[in-house]
Design a protein around this ligand. Structure first.
Ligand code: SF4
Ligand code: SF4
Length: 180
């Protein structure tokens, strides 16, 4: 009885520890990836200049320009893959060089998410600006602002010191002149 139980536990734990090819999640595999693949869009938010050309040329209005809370480079495209027809016009028209900021070679083919969804917006995988990108840009901008403020304070302090020195120099000159 005990031996049977131990054998069962051993078999179950062995089965759980073995990765079966039949149950492998293949969604992360780039099965059809090629240089000219028209798959999910890859957007380089660092190089995108927010010119709006991709949005204007899209024949099915799959692109919306998202306003970001930055001072520079504050408008970037997001793609609704449920509407996109993968014509590639957005990539063709993108003016950035040497690399285009929007390309259709992201390599994903599983554009429909699994599970149950309340509405269609949840059903499709969209190409959205990652929150991590927004956070890092905000951090950069904050660091630049603090640096600028410190520099301005330092300059003001230096200017005040110079003015004080000039004032005391002015006072000492007449005194020496009177003595002579
Ligand atoms: S591939 Fe075509 S349809 Fe899809 S977002 Fe680009 S321009 Fe629009
Ligand atoms: S065309 Fe290129 S640079 Fe212009 S907004 Fe679209 S991705 Fe950015």
């Amino acid at each position: 009885m005990i031996l049977e139980f131990i054998e069962k536990v051993y078999r179950v734990s062995k089965a759980l520890g073995t990765k079966s090819p039949a149950t492998e999640d293949v969604r992360e595999h780039l099965m059809h990836k090629s240089e000219r693949l028209r798959g999910e869009h890859r957007i380089d938010y660092e190089t995108c200049i927010g010119c709006d050309s991709c949005n204007k040329i899209c024949p099915v209005s799959a692109i919306t320009m998202k306003q970001l809370p930055f001072k520079k480079q504050n408008i970037v495209p997001e793609v609704n893959l449920g509407v996109c027809i993968f014509c590639g016009l957005c990539e063709d028209v993108c003016p950035t060089k040497p690399e285009k900021s929007i390309v259709l070679s992201g390599g994903r083919y599983d554009m429909i998410t699994g599970g149950w969804h309340q509405d269609q917006a949840d059903f499709w995988v969209n190409v959205d600006v990652p929150q991590s990108y927004i956070d890092s840009r905000l951090e950069e901008e904050e660091a630049a602002r603090v640096k600028k403020e410190l520099l301005a304070k330092k300059k003001a302090a230096e200017a005040a010191l110079k003015a004080k020195e000039a004032q005391s120099a002015e006072k000492t000159v007449p005194e020496t002149e009177e003595k002579s």
